[in-house]
Ligand binder design. Structure first.
Ligand code: LLP
Length: 434
């Protein structure tokens, strides 16, 4: 199991988070239930903000809303003085409905709709991160109609670095739907287009993002070097000097005990040092540095609570322990073969006694949350916690099989508070038309 932040075992032998007994939480709020350790989320935010301040003179940490976004989360990010990366009109709507300052919002996406662009321009988002030439042309047209000031943009560039959890490759030409290529010159052409439209478009700088759940520091350093080299080339050809560089997100978290991602501090320090040395090499003035962490802010702060239902033995093969959620609240095992750890909240001090398979309740053989996990002997009615579900679980959840989405609660100093209500059956048919 992974006891992060405030998670501990209390005197009853139950799992506690944020000073709240998880068995009590399950009884009070029902299961499945997302429980988020608010203090740990805030602490992660502060570690990023402080590390950036320590190692680089100017910059801002943006939270990548795709990892986990609700009104309360938007408010928290605002209170922590961070910016936000949104990637759809829905994420933008969520943030502004929590009164998140539009100028601190960076709007991403490879296929933004006209409506999304109009909303972003009218609301005055901080930056639109432009991903293609047609988008640039559309922004130009829309800006004339809807913008009060110039529309500030970043160009998303492909640095040709593809990173995964334990390795990375430099591909040069990246096969990705996102952004402008360096090798094929499309990034440089996009700069020219922006500069030609300088009366309407304010090119602030560049963005890149090399991947997610990354444990190595080197690919980030390489990407920073490539971006600076690219910026120096642009300066030479056009005279344009970027005042901002956004190096995306990607730092990995612990899903399993043996996972050892670098700390937030090491990650930020390495990135800042690599960037500064590349800037020095090319004699390039220090741009503002933006970071966009998602998973490493909320991932380990979240736990999903389930109730054990049917336990079924397939003699000589395995024991299935079924819970009342599954792929609808956590698609990651089915989609990415993601591996998780779990514990029985009401049996935290018991020795592990059996290897079981934790199965979801969806009508799908592949709905297995954890294959072969060692747990104390499970019984129907036990409360199971699956750890590290605070990123890309609720935000990727579905109503598959017409299961209502779980509630989400924040816990802190012994106080639980609902930040998303549990969906009801009425919610499930609310949009249906007979
Ligand atoms: N910035 C951009 C432009 C991104 O595309 C992403 C993630 C982030 C920032 C945040 O990256 P993070 O710090 O969370 O690694 N659904 C997948 C992850 C997809 C990540 C997509 N982009 C999963 O569950 O593993």
């Amino acid at each position: 199991m992974i006891l992060a932040g405030s998670m501990e075992i209390n005197t009853k032998g139950n799992l506690e988070i944020g000073g709240c007994d998880t068995v009590e939480l399950a009884r009070q709020f029902g299961t499945p239930l997302f429980v988020m350790d608010e203090a740990l989320i805030r602490n992660n935010c502060r570690r990023y903000v402080n590390a950036l301040k320590t190692h680089y003179p100017r910059g801002m940490v943006l939270f990548a809303g795709k990892a986990f976004l609700t009104l309360a989360m938007s408010r928290l990010i605002q209170e922590e003085n961070m910016g936000m990366d949104v990637v759809s009109g829905g994420e933008l709507f969520t943030a502004v409905n929590a009164d998140f300052p539009a100028e601190r919002i960076y709007f991403h996406g490879n296929n933004k709709s006209t409506r999304e662009l109009i909303d972003a321009i009218k609301l005055g988002v901080g930056r639109i991160v432009v991903d293609s030439v047609p988008e640039l042309e559309e922004i130009r047209e829309l800006a004339v109609q809807f913008a009060e000031n110039k529309v500030a943009v970043l160009l998303r560039v492909k640095p040709g670095v593809e990173a995964h959890t334990h390795d990375f490759i430099r591909t040069g030409q990246e096969d990705s739907k996102f952004g402008f290529g360096i090798e094929d010159n499309s990034a440089r052409e996009a700069v020219e287009l922006c500069l030609q439209a300088a009366d309407i478009i304010d090119l602030a700088g560049f963005h890149c993002h090399i991947g997610s759940q990354i444990f190595q520091l080197e690919p980030f350093s390489v990407a920073a070097q490539i971006m600076v080299e690219f910026m120096a080339g642009v300066r030479e050809q056009t005279g344009f000097v970027a005042r901002e560089l956004d190096l995306g997100g990607g730092l990995g978290i612990r899903y399993q005990r043996e996972d050892k991602p670098p700390s937030i501090e090491r990650f930020v320090e390495n990135l800042a040092l690599s960037l500064k040395s590349a800037l020095q090499k090319w004699d390039y003035p220090l741009p503002e540095l933006l970071l966009e962490p998602g998973r490493s802010i909320t991932g380990e702060a979240g736990v999903t609570l389930y109730t054990v239902g049917v336990i079924k033995d397939v003699p000589g093969i395995r024991r299935y322990v079924s819970v009342d959620g599954g792929m609808m609240d956590n698609i990651r095992p089915a989609l990415y073969q993601a591996q998780y750890e779990a514990a029985i909240c009401n049996k935290m001090t018991r020795e592990p006694g059996e290897i079981v398979t934790l199965a979801g309740k969806a009508c799908e053989s592949g709905d297995i949350l954890i294959k072969d996990i060692e747990l104390p002997a499970a019984e129907s009615g036990d409360i199971v916690a699956v750890f590290s579900t605070g990123a890309y679980c609720y935000s990727m959840s579905s109503n598959y099989n017409r299961n209502p989405r779980p509630a989400v609660i924040f816990v802190r100093d012994g106080e639980p508070r609902i930040v998303v209500r549990r969906e009801s059956y009425e919610d499930l048919i609310a949009l249906d038309v007979l």
